[in-house]
Write a protein that binds this ligand. Structure first.
Ligand SMILES: *[C@@H]1O[C@H](CO)[C@@H](O)[C@H](O)[C@H]1NC(C)=O
Ligand SMILES: *[C@@H]1O[C@H](CO)[C@@H](O)[C@H](O)[C@H]1NC(C)=O
Ligand SMILES: *[C@@H]1O[C@H](CO)[C@@H](O)[C@H](O)[C@H]1NC(C)=O
Ligand SMILES: *[C@@H]1O[C@H](CO)[C@@H](O)[C@H](O)[C@H]1NC(C)=O
Length: 308
């Protein structure tokens, strides 16, 4: 390329590159370029430029194995990250294959551009970190409500639930975004159930699991309330009955008499002689018997009987 006849061209080229260098020296390149990738969402971040320039913008480019092998090592513009004001770029739609990508960013201000700052290492989206599912659980009645907060669309959840101590016979539930929140029903009251969730990213065969959490289903009211209610009712009825009986017999005999007056047995029964023969009383005897009915002390009927 550098032939003797092409000196003016070389000078022109040198002056052109030096003018670029002058420009790039005025605008420092972005620092601390890094990629944060969680659940297949890839964010390129860098420190904002501290320069006395009106509006600093940034542009991002990437180069994958495809660009290296088939496009002569060209760089592609990141779709949504051209002349952006933020110091973060979502590269999720750009890094569309499981290949190694080189990524770079530069700053722009006015007519000036900085040099490119490269990520430094190649990034493969398989390095994405899978976050542990944010499992939120409520117990109400014999239901367990399970909700996964911020569940990404491309992440599947396998929820396992089992009765405590029976982990081997755990039930599996496949939960996708439309089944979130999920309701576990028909659980036995008073029993303890354990839950654990596994997040799966099928595209890169990665998974993470939550810790196991156990929840006790509260005893439902009816099974123990019924016998207790019956028992209490029986005790109350018995106590009332006893109190009534005691008050009538021991405390207020007059009341007892008023309610169930004790009738004097007829003479024929009261004064049974041997042979059960009827006896004819004298008038005096009858009067005495009549008086005895009148003055009878109801609390001492026996003595009257003895007397008779
Ligand atoms: C994954 O997480 C680890 C630990 O938090 C972090 O050091 C690493 O940079 C993360 N990787 C990506 C690609 O975000
Ligand atoms: C790559 O470079 C070669 C020669 O240098 C050229 O023939 C070819 O067209 C280039 N391909 C692309 C995609 O630019
Ligand atoms: C659990 O209860 C809280 C507050 O009581 C509520 O905000 C949340 O939505 C409930 N979650 C589920 C899964 O029912
Ligand atoms: C996924 O990973 C598991 C172990 O981590 C392995 O047994 C399985 O073969 C992998 N599947 C695929 C499709 O790579």
């Amino acid at each position: 390329m550098l032939q003797s006849g092409s000196l003016p061209t070389l000078l022109l080229l040198l002056s052109f590159t030096s003018s670029i260098e002058t420009d790039t020296r005025l605008l420092p390149p972005p620092q601390k370029v890094r990629i944060e990738s969680t659940n297949m969402k890839h964010l390129l971040k860098w420190s904002p430029l501290q320069v006395s320039c009106a509006t600093v913008t940034y542009s991002v480019q990437f180069q994958g194995e495809f660009e290296l092998q088939f496009l002569n090592g060209s760089w592609e513009n990141a779709l949504d990250c051209q002349s952006i004001h933020e110091n973060v770029c979502d590269l999720t739609p750009d890094l569309a294959s499981d290949s190694d990508y080189d990524i770079r960013v530069r700053a722009e201000c006015g007519g000036q551009v900085s040099r490119w700052t490269s990520l430094g290492t190649r990034f493969n989206r398989r390095e994405t970190n899978l976050s542990t599912p944010d499992m939120r659980v409520n117990v109400s009645g014999d239901f367990i409500h399970v909700e996964f907060a911020n569940l990404p669309k491309n992440v599947d959840i396998i929820l396992m639930h089992w009765r405590q101590g029976q982990e081997l016979s755990a039930s599996r539930h496949h939960i996708t975004a439309e089944w979130n929140p999920f309701h576990l029903g028909g659980l036995e009251s008073g029993a303890t159930y354990c839950l654990s969730a596994q997040a799966l990213l099928h595209s890169i065969n990665k998974s993470t699991s939550t810790e196991t959490k156990c929840f006790r289903i509260p005893e439902s009211m009816l099974p123990w309330l019924k016998p207790i209610a019956v028992f209490v009712a029986v005790v109350i009825v018995m106590a009332l009955g006893f109190a009534a009986f005691w008050s009538l017999t021991g405390c207020c005999p007059a009341l007892l008499h008023a309610c169930w007056p004790k009738e004097q047995l007829p003479d024929a029964l009261l004064h049974r002689e041997a042979g059960n023969t009827l006896r004819v009383h004298t008038e005096e005897e009858l009067r005495e018997l009549y008086h005895s009915v009148q003055v009878l002390d109801p609390s001492q009927p026996e003595r009257e009987e003895e007397k008779g």
